[in-house]
Design a protein around this ligand. Sequence first.
Ligand code: C5P
Ligand code: MG
Length: 327
Amino acid sequence: MAASASGRQAWRQLVRNSSCRGSAATPSNLLRQQQQQRQFAFPRHASSFSRHPVTPPPSSLLRQQPLAQRSYSSGSQGGGQNTPPPPRGSKSQIKFWPFLLIIALGSGGYMLLVNRRKDMPRTKPTPAFSPSEVTVLFVLGGPGAGKGTQCARLVRDYHFAHLSAGDLLRAEQDRPGSQYGQLIRDCIKNGEIVPMEVTVALLENAMRDTIARTGTKKFLIDGFPRKMDQALKFEEVVCPARLVLFYDCPEAEMERRLLERGKTSGRADDNAESIRKRFRTFVDTSMPVVHHYEAEGRVVKVDSTPPPDKVYADTQEKLRQALGDKF
Ligand code: C5P
Ligand code: MG
């Protein structure tokens, strides 16, 4: 009896639910309603086919889905039955404080590391020679400006050791078995600057050698630095220079001298084409070096257009002014 009473109750409930759709809630009516819903729903998703007659899904497909299962799609009320609602007044289960703790600890550690690094002394390479023991004068000027001629006189009168970067490169180029021979040859022919590592290493070796052989610690480094990277590298790893002796001469005069020298020098770059390229390199690459040292107040500039005796007298005078009588 109780079972039939609860059966009747369920049936009444079913009737009440379905009555809002305006038809009697017999099992066959419900099945028809479901079928109609499917028919209307289908063209909504396939609007491009709307002019074609709607084909109802095969009844076998309907049979595959029992009525009780399909009911969850018609509303949310039935679907929520298996999911218990969260207890009233309960808060989210995720705890945030461990994440906050991790972030705080991480940030603190990072700041500690940054501050410790700030206090650490910066490690800069120490130059091979101290400027308080070794005097280096760079000698610059365009090709044919007279650097070599003036250096020879300073060596004679003031016991400088003269190291010409160009001469050292030419010697390395001709040294049997040198791995840089071809590279140097190509650069010199085209008036280009040889990679600074090669030139700086040759100069450092020559300085060590000179000090060991003669004890001289005063150097004229001729034709160097011809590029900013050479300047920075040399002063960083070999020795900071005292000053730059810069011989200033117009291109026309330098060209005349180089062509004259080319008659007997046997140099591969004392010809019209190489001279043009060397001038270009000097203006574009070497003059910025002169300007760099000028801005630091380390340039002694001498006009080298006059004959060598006059240029030498000017050189002596200006070096005396810059370095004192006993330079
Ligand atoms: O100074 P000099 O005229 O003898 O230099 C000849 C050539 O050697 C330069 O044109 C250049 O190719 C190379 N050189 C260089 N770096 C230097 C000096 C010379 O690459 N500091
Ligand atoms: Mg020279």
